[in-house]
Design a protein around this ligand. Structure first.
Ligand code: HPA
Length: 241
């Protein structure tokens, strides 16, 4: 029997949910007793099957900039784990720092910079994060992007708390540190999923170029424009994994 796949869907990643059969859904409020407060994030857990494979999607997530701790935002990861998820796909919208990246590029994460993220773990949990992402899932994601002619990059994601966007000097500094994309999520979840020994794939969609002035509306509009491509990616990915 194939294990349940878990997904955390950021802005622009939600179209795949329309493929879920035998569907059940519940609000974040009902399951976690807290609401998603960000425009563009629905805040639901949707479960069922896609092509016969059991799946659970978190449509939206909690963010530290909403006032939650990194431990609180990772409640979704612990929930998915408690539901038997062993492979998790963590997605987001992000700003491109690497000058070769374009708006609309899919970024298959190869690593993260966690320096600016307080750990969601407490106590002597000296977690090894030398390989935060599953090599097997990364390879499969790369193959699908290649076969489907989806423009993609392999990059490093840096977390910032937000909610303000970075200043230009912030972005310059993050780039010097080795980051290719910047966003306000993902890293606490990646740490928690690794702690729970889940296999993790991290995906970002470049919704803006960090060195160009942008706003939240533009991020959401650009995320929406990429929906079809990300849908196609997931259709193939779910069958391959
Ligand atoms: N910075 C931080 N978070 C983001 C960005 C950005 O430029 N774009 C989308 N999420």
């Amino acid at each position: 029997m194939l294990s349940t796949l878990g997904f955390i869907l950021g802005s622009g990643w939600g179209k795949i949910i329309s493929d879920v059969n035998d569907r059940k859904e519940a609000s974040f409020e009902k399951i976690f007793n807290k609401k998603a407060t960000v425009p563009g994030h629905s805040g639901k857990i949707i479960e069922g099957k896609i092509a016969g494979r059991p799946v659970i999607f978190s449509s939206g997530r909690f963010h530290t900039y909403e006032g939650y701790s990194t431990h609180e935002v990772t409640e979704i990861v612990r929930y998915l784990h408690s539901r038997g998820v062993k492979k998790i796909v963590i997605t987001s919208a992000a700003g491109g720092l690497n000058e070769n990246y374009k708006v609309g590029d899919l970024v298959i994460l190869k690593d993260v910079i966690s320096l600016f993220c307080s750990s969601p773990l407490t106590g002597p949990k000296f977690l090894d994060l030398s390989r935060p992402f599953s090599e097997d899932m990364v390879k499969k994601a790369q193959k699908i992007a290649k076969d489907q002619k989806i423009n993609y990059q392999n990059g490093t994601y840096v977390y910032v708390r937000g909610p303000h966007y970075e200043t230009f000097p912030d972005k310059k500094a993050l780039k010097i540190l080795g980051a290719d994309v910047v966003g306000m999520s993902t890293v606490p979840e990646v740490i928690m999923a690794n702690y729970l020994k889940m296999e993790v794939l991290g995906l970002s969609m470049v919704t803006n170029l960090a060195f160009v002035k942008h706003d939240h509306h533009e991020v959401l509009t650009n995320a929406k424009k990429q929906e079809e491509k990300l849908y196609k990616f997931f259709e193939f990915f779910i069958k391959s994994i």
